[in-house]
Design a protein. Structure first.
Length: 74
């Protein structure tokens, strides 16, 4: 990673996460992952990007209200 000096502290340029890249350009990123042998389950992508209610539905969560309350810390 590139480092720069600024006022006595070094700053490290942050690279995007895989999730950020997938949100930006899903088709291209999935092609690159496949070309380099990186396995990525499409269900995992859906789980990370859809509303919480759909996560509960996709994974057949029995108690949706408790699931949401636990995730949201309520």
């Amino acid at each position: 990673m590139a480092k720069r000096k600024h006022g006595g502290r070094s700053l490290i340029r942050r690279r995007p996460t895989l999730l950020e890249l997938l949100k930006k350009d899903q088709a291209r990123v999935l092609r690159v992952l496949e070309a380099h042998g990186v396995c990525f389950d499409p269900v995992t992508y859906l789980t990370l990007t859809v509303p919480l209610e759909k996560v509960a539905a996709y994974h057949a969560v029995r108690d949706r209200r408790k699931f949401l309350a636990d995730l949201l810390g309520r």
